[in-house]
Every structure is written in C-alpha cells, then in structure tokens.
Ligand binder design. Structure first.
Ligand SMILES: *Cc1c(COP(=O)(O)O)cnc(C)c1O
Length: 360
C-alpha cells in the first residue's frame, strides 16, 4: 500500500492515524458487533460518539455555552440558503464582503430573500486580496454581516474580523476552521462543510449563538430551520452518522496534538516552507497579495501554461496529487490543511526546486 501526498482542496487528505483507527473499528465498533455505519443513530453507542464529538469540538474551539453546535447535511452551500431564511428576517437586509466564488453564490441566494449590500469586493483583481473595509459603508440595520474567512479557490484569508457593533457576523469557515484558535464570541454564526479540515463530505457544522435561533421566515423548509435542528439535537432526521464519527476522531487527534494553538504553529511553519520558496524562486510565484495569504490553500504559477501542466504531470507521477489550480484561476494550488504532514510540503518544495533547475 502506498499513500500519496494529496493536495486536494476538498475532499481533502485526512490524518493517517484517524483512518487507521476507523479501519480497525470498521467491522466491530467497540464490541457492538457492528460498524459505525450500521449503528442506530438513537442507540447508546452512536449517542456517545455524537456527544463526545460535540464536547471535543466545544473544548478545542472554546465554544461558549450560549452557542449551539449543529451537525447538518447539505454542505456549506446549503447554508448559503439557510442563512438568509433564518436570519434575513427583521429588516430583510444583509451586508456581504465579496471575496470570490463562494461569496458570489452566497450573495445570489441571499438576493432571493432580501436586500444585499456588497460592502467591499476584490473582484477587480481576480480576488487575489482581501479588500479593506470601511465601517462607514456598513448597514447599521443589516440583519447580519457575511464574510468568508478563507477563500479556498484564491488562497486568501482574513487576518482580522470586522467590528460590526450589534450586527452579528456570519462566517463561512469551510476551509480554515480548526486551523488556528478563533474567538467564537466575535461571531453570530460560523459554518463549515466538513470535507476540508474536519472529515468526510456529507457533514456541515453550524455554530450559532442561541439568540439568533427562532427568527426564521414563516414558510421555511423544516430541515433548514435552525430552531428545528437545535430543538432536535441535530436529529430531526437521520444525521450523517459516519461523517460525524470520523469528525469526532479528527477532533480527538487535534486535541492530542495540543489543540488549536499547537495546530496554528505547525500550520504557520508548514505554509512558510512553501511561501519562502515561492518568494525567492525565479520560476514560480504566488499571485496572492502578501498581506492576505492563506495558511491552508496556496496557489502558485509559472506564468506559462505548458510548464504548469508539465509540473502537475511530473508531480503526479511522483505521488504528489491534485495540485492543479481551480479552473477559474489556473496554475497550481497546494491545499495544506491540518492533516497534510510538514514532510509533504518539504518534499513538494524539493520537487519544485528540481523542476526549476531543469526548466528555469
Ligand atoms: C468548499 C467550500 C464551499 C462549498 O462547500 P460544499 O460543502 O461543497 O457546499 C463553500 N465555501 C467555502 C469557503 C468552501 O471552501
């Protein structure tokens, strides 16, 4: 068996320790004689898996007691719809910072239900930077203020959270949740699809301040209603059981490694290995504004499509997979989430050095 270095933006690489543990428990979960996939979601084994996963997530993220954690389905994209249906209900107005394709889709959904004020955009430069925000442009009567904290496709990341007063911040953290400590109190809602930094696709985590629950539009589809989900402990219907189980193992893995403080340190060191190389390279460069660089997704280019394709092909042969950039950006992208070992990034840089020597 050979494991490759998988730089996919998502579904993404998972910690080998977690996969091994799950493999070991595949046929018989802790003496139950069943795999986790076969357990009743209301039985005692799964109830314990579920409760432990939530408790560990609350512990590593420091989630205050007045926040609910929901384990939902539908992906991050379903939240583009759920957010306005649940929150855009008082003044029917929300502020959005437009930082790429994921906000474009979220804005399009929100516009179906109310007025969207785009307070800033980085579209003028293909979203290669996080725009400066001017609080004077914020709507005082917005029902919420929407940001994406890490733009997976472009490799940009918010380095600070805007001050919005009483307007709750809704943050799509799909690609940088659990990469570093955050102050949950600064947010009204945090959501993330699992398949980047949490676990398998199929699970979406929503962390929501309790006072924001129960304000949905009247005819909201039942399962999109945060109140229904919260009142039923995320079990209004069958939850994504196996994804929750793997996510729980990932939370434990993070906790055992020293939590999010230790994780951030590793992530900074890991990203620096690649950025330092890119910044001195004569062949490769990062298209992203230095002040906005992501620790999780690192796009890079040679400026020559043929050379890009050659690098991607040579890398794939040597076991460095899924390095092709997003189709709207081109070039390469290395997604180096928590589960990507430092050694994987070091080895990638070695490969790029050799490539530069041969093709530079
Ligand atoms: C991947 C991603 C999404 C879309 O996630 P789905 O689970 O496929 O709906 C949304 N936002 C961000 C920031 C992402 O990285």
């Amino acid at each position: 068996m050979t494991r490759v270095y998988n730089f996919s933006a998502g579904p993404a690489t998972l910690p080998e320790e977690v996969l091994k543990k799950a493999a070991g428990e595949m046929l018989d979960y802790q003496g139950s004689g069943m795999s986790v996939m076969e357990l009743s979601h209301r039985g005692k084994e799964f109830t314990q898996i579920f409760d432990t996963a939530e408790a560990t997530l609350r512990e590593i993220m420091g989630i205050p007691n007045n926040y609910k954690v929901l384990f939902l389905q539908g992906g991050a994209s379903m939240q583009f719809t759920a957010i306005p249906l649940n929150l855009m209900t008082k003044n029917k107005k929300a502020d959005y910072v437009h930082t790429g394709q994921w906000t474009k889709k979220a804005i399009a959904e929100a516009k179906k239900f109310g007025i969207v004020n785009v307070v800033a955009s980085s579209e003028d430069n293909n979203f290669t930077y996080i725009p400066e925000l001017d609080p004077k442009t914020f709507s005082k009567d917005a029902d919420y203020f929407y940001i994406v904290t890490n733009n997976t496709i472009y490799g940009t990341c918010c380095k600070s959270i805007p001050e919005t007063g009483d307007v709750p911040i809704v943050a799509d953290m799909s690609s940088n949740i659990l990469s570093e400590p955050i102050d949950v109190k600064k947010f009204g809602v945090i959501f993330a699809g699992a398949q980047k930094n949490i676990g398998p696709a199929g699970l979406t985590i929503v962390i929501i301040r309790e006072d924001l629950i129960g304000n949905a539009v009247e005819n909201i589809p039942t399962l999109l209603n945060y109140k229904v989900q919260a009142d039923n402990g995320s079990m209004a219907n069958t939850p994504p059981c196996y994804s929750i189980y793997i996510a729980g193992l990932v939370f434990e893995w993070i906790k055992e490694k020293g939590g999010l403080v230790a994780t951030k340190k590793i992530n900074e060191e890991k990203a620096a290995i690649l950025y330092d190389f890119l910044d001195q390279s004569k062949l490769f460069s990062s298209p992203v504004d230095k002040a906005s660089r992501s620790l999780m997704n690192i796009p890079f280019v040679t400026g020559n499509d043929e050379l890009d394709a050659k690098l991607i092909a040579e890398a794939a042969k040597k076991g460095f997979k899924t390095l092709k950039g997003h189709r709207t950006v081109g070039g390469m992208r290395a997604s180096i989430y928590n589960a990507m070992p430092t050694q994987g990034v070091k080895a990638l840089v070695e490969l790029m050095k050799e490539f530069e020597a041969a093709n530079g």
